[in-house]
Structure formats: C-alpha cells, structure tokens
Design a binder for this molecule. Structure first.
Ligand code: ADP
Length: 620
C-alpha cells in the first residue's frame, strides 16, 4: 500500500531544518559574543579618550584654578579665563563642561545659556564626592531632557604649589550615544549578513539533502516494485558509501526474491499438474473449512464446477453438513463414506481428512482426499456373499442328511425298505457335497493362480465328437429313455488341432452337455456345432429346453448363481459349473457365452484361439 509521506516527515525537510537550526544557533552564539565584545571595547576606547581630554583640560586649567584659589590679582580675571577656555573646549562630543572652585562654587560653564549658575554653589553629588574622596568619579548618566546616555567624569584638581590641596574640580559630560549607535549599526550589519547566510544555507542544505535522499527515494520506489511483484528494475549504485552498498544489496535481494518466486511458481505448477492428473479427488480448505483448492477429479466426483466450489464450505460440498461438524473432523480425522458419481454413474467414495498444521501447532486448513472405493466395496460385498453362499450350500445337504440319519437311528435302520433308501439319499448328498468342495477347491486354485494347464495339441473335431457320442449313450440309458432326447452333430469333417488341456476342456464340455440335458425337462434335440474361423474355433451346444431369462444371462457364470435355485439343487447342481467353465476357457485365452430364448432353448458358445495348421511345416 502506498503511503504518502507528509512534508514535515520527509528526511529532506528534517535535514534542511537541522542544518539551518545549527547555523542560526552558531550565528546567535558568535553574534552575541562578538557584539558584546565590540561594544565593551568601543565604550572603553571612548572613556579613555575622554580621560585624556580631561587630563589635558586639567593641566590647562590648573594655573587659573591655582590663581583663583589663592585669590591672586592679575590683569586677567581667572574665572573669566576659565569660562572662555571651557567654552572653546566644549563641542566635539563634549556636551557640558563645568568648573568649580575648592568650595564647589561654579566658576565656569561651557553652556552659554547656563551662565547664571556661575558664582552659585553646585549641588552636584558627584562634585561633592570627588571633593571628599579626592578621586575621579566616572559615571554614566541619562540626560533628563533628551533621555540620551552621557558619560560624566568629575575630576578633582589639586594644587601643585601647596602640596596637593584641593583647589577645585572639573565636570565633563560627553555624548556616549554615538558609541551605542555604532554598536547598533554593527549589529544590524551582522544580522543582515546572518540573514543572507541563512537563506544561502537553506538552498545549500536543500541541495545536499536532495543529493542524499535521491538514492533513498529510488530505493523506496524499487522496494515497492519488488513488493508488487515486479523484479525487472535495477537500482543505480552511485558510490561505494553506505547508500551505495544498500542499493547493491537491494539489487541482490531483488534477484533472490525473483529466483525464489520463480521456484515457487514452478513448484505450484508441478503441484497443479500432480493434482490435475491424480486419480483421487483432492480438496484443500482454509482453517474455516472454506474450499481453496479442488482438483478436477474431486469436481467430477462431487458433480460441481471449480468456480462454484471455491469459497464454499467443505462439508456442504461433501453433503455431510447435517451429519458432522468441522470440529469433529478436526478432532477425530476419521474416514467417511460418501456417495458420489463418475461420468454420471453412482460410486462409493471414501473421504480421508488430514490437517495442515504449522510447526507451532496452528491449524491452517484441512486436506480431504476422495478415493473411489466402488470396486473395493463390490469385491468386499462379493466375498461376503460368497462366504454366505458356501455356508448355505453346505448347510442344506447337511440338514437333510441329519434328518435321514436321525430317522435311521430312531429305528428306520431295521426297516428293510426304508433303510437302503435313506442310506442312498445320504450317500447322494455326501457325493454332492464332495463335488461342490472339489469345485470350490478348483476355483480357489484358479484364483490363486495355482491351477496350471497341461497343454497338448488336441483334435477338437474328435474331442467334440467323442463327448457327443458319450451323451448319446447316456440318453439311451434307462434313466433318460422316456424323455426322448436327440443328439445332432453338425461337426467339421477335417481335423482341427488346437493347443488345450484336454481334461479341463472335457470337464467344460461335460458341464455344458449336462446342463443341456438337465434344463430340458421335456427332452428335445441337442445340437453340437463346430465352426472354424481365421483365428479361432467355435463350438456351440444348442438345446430346446426351458431357456434362460434375458436378465439372468450375464449372471449365470457367477459363482453359485442359479436361475431357479430349487430346481437346480434338486438336479444336484452346485451353481459352480459354469463359473469354473468360464475360468478354464479364459485360462485358455478363449471366451464363453450363452444365448437364449426363454421356453425355446439355449446355446452355449465356446470360442478358442486357433492357429491354422500349416502343412508345409510338417515336411520341414
Ligand atoms: P448348476 O450346477 O446349478 O447347473 P451351473 O453353473 O452349471 O450350475 O449353471 C448355472 C445356472 O445356469 C443353472 O442353475 C441354470 O439355472 C442355468 N443354466 C445353465 N445351463 C442352462 C441351460 N442349458 N438351460 C437353461 N438354464 C441353464
């Protein structure tokens, strides 16, 4: 997010501000010191000058004051002389000169308008102090009329003749204001040049700070670009200083981030392609159970589009939101069975859940894997069915045997008529059970891949002929005599040599023929046919029996499947004959199937692979 830096927050402003502040501070310090020094010096100079003037005046006035003190008479009036001397002396910065005698009576005043004070006792405190202390009294006073500052010196004068006797004093007032005016002027000049210096420094500081902040600004822009995912820019490195090093570090960082981003992208693409090509459905959610990833398989299993699924609740997509909560999934992570679909066909799905957890233990989402277990479920179901079938098949003959044996034990064994019949039934049932168990063992050997074919080159024509002949004999036996069976042969004339296991194939043919007789209760013609084709030989047995309903046709090759359970069992069938036949034919690489019309008859077809015998081979 771009954040605007306010003017007062920018480094530029801060640098300029600090530099100017420092300058102002320095100028203040220098100025204050400098001006005070100058002022002091000028004042001292001024005072010294006045003192020199005073000394000169003193030496000039001395003889007159001496004369005045001694009351000497001469051609010139001393007081007058003094008055005119000081009138000449004043001006040139001296604003007032007054001379008093030893009694502090004014004897001369430079101001022509103030001549009236002459001859009067002076009230000036400083004159009195000078008379008493006999030292010079220097003092700055304020002129009451103008308000200006005046430098006032009162100099006591001592006689040179009469051992330093006080003979009068001179009062001098001079205008010191000019000195202060000079200082003010200097101050103004100083302030002006300071102002110029500050303005100049403002520009300079601005330039310096701009030079300093320019690379920082560029770095700021560059880092923002990196944050926005644009790694194309390169920063200009201005020098080897800290900023230069920082710029090259940012360039390196940009390269590293670009590289890392690239590898993350590649990783993501790889993950995408793995997810796309997985045969399992995968759904990933955030920590609230909202879908963030759903692969194609999961979409098709759940019958939903990616766009509709993203952001949706996982449980509602799986249609289990009424049965479980997210909390139970998080806590137990149990598998769950769901109903789904594949290409519109209903399937059974096992959903497994696992948590996406950070190292800290924080759960950031759930991964749900959907696995199609329809086939597994079907096999499971078949196995259960098979076990139940076997138990059922064995229980029936055993129950019937038990009742016969019980009857025998209860005394029937003594009955010469019943006993042999009962024994015969138990023997039959036992035989049937043995047959069934043999069949089961055979099937289990085939399932385990332990049943190995004993292959031989067999003449199929001869074999089928042989089987039909055998049954021809059977139908003419007393058992079947009344039923009027006919056997018809539509076999090939030539020998057809096929590589098969003769014992097994005979078993299959016997089973089909047996069924043909069994399920033709009213007799009829049983036709055996043979056809030879390019790559295979087809043997068909057609009967004119009860037929098989269309719906049952695909199931008759399943284990224990019988169209009419009671009848089949009564005929001594186990329901395993065709199942074994199918396995055996498939072991030979062939096919077996039935065609039937209910009430009209059934045809069983056996197709075996056949390589035409090449006569030339024989002579080689
Ligand atoms: P079974 O021992 O019961 O005969 P099979 O596996 O040989 O068992 O046959 C399975 C079922 O197929 C039979 O129970 C019967 O219902 C049906 N079937 C087999 N052959 C014929 C046929 N020629 N005509 C009518 N139904 C038949």
């Amino acid at each position: 997010m771009k954040k605007k830096i306010r003017f007062h927050q920018s480094i530029n402003t801060k640098i300029v501000f600090v530099i100017v502040l420092l300058l102002v501070f320095a100028l203040q310090l220098i100025g204050a010191n400098f001006i005070t020094q100058i002022e002091r010096q000028l004042v001292v100079n001024f005072q010294e000058d006045r003192q020199v003037q005073m000394s000169f005046l003193e030496s000039t006035l001395m003889p007159y004051l001496e004369a005045e003190a001694n009351g000497e008479e001469s051609e010139v009036d001393a007081a007058q002389e003094i008055n005119s001397l000081i009138a000449d002396f004043s001006g040139n910065g001296i604003t007032e000169l007054q001379v008093v005698n030893e009694d502090l009576v004014v004897i001369g005043n430079s101001d022509s308008t103030q001549q009236s004070v002459i001859g009067q006792l002076s009230g000036d405190q400083d004159l009195r102090q000078a008379q008493l202390t006999e030292v010079t009294v220097p003092r700055q006073v304020i002129d009451p009329l103008t308000g200006d500052r005046r430098w006032k010196i009162v100099e006591p004068v001592f006689s040179t003749i009469q051992e330093g006797q006080f003979i009068g004093a001179i009062l001098m007032k001079s205008n010191i204001e000019a000195v202060y005016a000079q200082v003010s002027q200097i101050t103004i000049i100083f302030l002006q040049s300071s102002g110029v210096a500050i303005i100049l420094s403002l520009f300079l500081a601005n330039m310096v700070s701009r030079a300093l902040t320019k690379p920082i600004k560029e770095m700021q822009i560059q880092t923002r670009q990196i944050a926005d995912g644009d790694y194309s820019g390169t920063l200009k490195v201005y020098g080897e200083d800290e900023l230069g090093q920082l710029a090259s570090l940012i360039n390196d960082l940009s390269d590293d981030v670009a590289e890392a981003q690239e590898s993350i992208d590649a990783e993501r693409r790889r993950l995408d392609s793995v997810l796309t090509h997985m045969t399992d459905g995968v759904i990933a959610t955030d920590r609230r159970g909202k879908i963030i990833i759903i692969n194609e398989m999961a979409q098709s299993m759940m019958g939903i589009d990616q766009d509709d699924a993203l952001g949706q609740n996982l449980l509602s997509i799986l249609k289990v939101d009424e049965d479980v909560t997210l909390r139970t999934i998080l806590e137990k992570q149990d598998d769950m069975m769901l109903n789904g679909q594949e290409d519109g066909v209903p399937i059974v799905i096992r959903a497994s859940f696992s948590l996406i957890q950070r190292e800290s233990g924080f759960i950031s989402g759930i991964v749900c894997v959907l696995h199609d277990v329809t086939e597994q479920e079907r096999i499971d179901e078949e196995r259960k069915q098979f076990v139940s079938n076997v138990s059922h098949e064995l229980r029936t003959p055993l129950t019937s045997m038990r009742s016969y044996i019980e009857a025998l034990a209860d005394g029937a064994w003594e009955d010469p008529e019943l006993a042999p019949r009962f024994l015969e039934v138990t023997q039959k049932e036992t035989d049937r059970m043995i047959r069934m168990i043999q069949d089961l063992l055979h099937l289990s050997r085939i399932d385990a891949g332990k049943s190995i074919l004993d292959l031989e080159i067999v003449n199929m024509t001869e074999m089928v002929d042989h089987v039909l002949n055998r049954f021809e004999m059977l139908i003419h036996s007393t058992e079947y005599e009344r039923k009027n069976y006919q056997i018809k042969k539509e076999l090939l004339k030539e020998a057809v040599f096929v590589e098969v296991d003769p014992d097994r194939l005979l078993q299959v043919m016997d089973n089909i023929m047996n069924n043909a007789i069994k399920y033709s209760p009213d007799g009829g013609t049983i036709t055996g046919r043979m056809q030879i084709r390019q790559q295979d030989v087809l043997v068909s047995i057609t009967d004119e029996g009860m037929g098989i309903p269309q719906a049952d046709l695909p199931k008759i090759f399943s284990r224990f499947y019988r169209v009419d359970r009671a009848r089949s069992r009564a005929m001594g069938g186990s329901g395993l004959g065709l199942a074994i036949s199918k396995e055996v034919i498939e072991q030979h690489g062939g096919k077996i199937w039935a065609e039937s019309r209910e009430g009209k008859g059934t045809t069983f077809n056996v197709l075996l692979p056949y390589v035409p015998f090449d006569e030339e081979d024989e002579w080689e």
